[in-house]
Design a protein around this ligand. Structure first.
Ligand SMILES: [Zn+2]
Length: 204
């Protein structure tokens, strides 16, 4: 066993003790990983801090850093949340979230705070904002529950509309079919012959 995997095993053994104090855990979500409540979280509670190195846009080396965990505090300061310890980076976006980011530019801090009562097992999410949405989510389609529900509703409506159109077409076809059948029957009667039904019984 290498020393790094030993560390990983130790972290794994220690983690439950640490994470049991926190009201959340990292888990599988629809889009990869997410942060899930393990305890009831009351509306208004600070859940977790979004943290990482503070980048100064006036420093060219800082300004060049690019990853999807950058959290802009204002025109100058940005938090680079890509560090592993920042568990808040696992929180996914939602268009109808149960938490929000409480941004404090002067303190250069961001907290994620519950805006609804959150139950154990619920995924925690907040709205990443329009800039992120346009850059990262719109091109691939937002996978949040709210957008999935909207899409599902639209699909169901489209399905219902297609069924309606199809039923209408079938009704028309049946009517047309019945008309031509009665016409044919009349013609045959005019011919003076009996019309044979599929079961073979003759009709006068
Ligand atoms: Zn969405």
């Amino acid at each position: 066993m290498g020393s790094s995997s030993l560390v990983r095993v130790l972290v794994y053994l220690i983690m439950p003790a640490i994470s049991s104090q926190k009201p959340y855990r990292v888990g599988r979500s629809k889009t990869g990983l997410g942060l899930f409540a393990t305890k009831p979280i009351k509306k208004g509670t600070r859940i977790v801090r979004y943290f990482g190195p503070i980048l100064d846009s006036r420093i060219p080396a800082h300004d060049e850093i690019e990853n999807k965990y950058l959290f802009e505090l204002n025109g100058r300061w940005t938090i680079d949340g890509s560090v592993r310890k920042n568990l808040a980076r696992y929180i996914n976006h939602s268009c109808r979230p149960n938490a929000e980011s409480d941004v404090r530019p002067r303190e250069r801090k961001v907290f994620i705070r519950a805006i609804r009562n959150i139950e154990p097992g619920d995924e925690i999410n907040y709205d990443y904002g329009t800039d992120y949405f346009k850059a990262y989510l719109k091109p691939i389609g937002c996978k949040c529950d709210s957008c999935e529900k909207k899409r599902k509703k639209l699909r169901a409506e489209a399905r219902a509309e297609r069924a309606k159109v199809k039923a209408g077409t079938e009704r028309k076809a049946k009517k047309a079919g019945a008309k031509s059948a009665s016409k044919a029957a009349k013609k045959k009667k005019l011919n003076g012959h009996a019309v044979a039904k599929p079961n073979g019984r003759a009709r006068a």
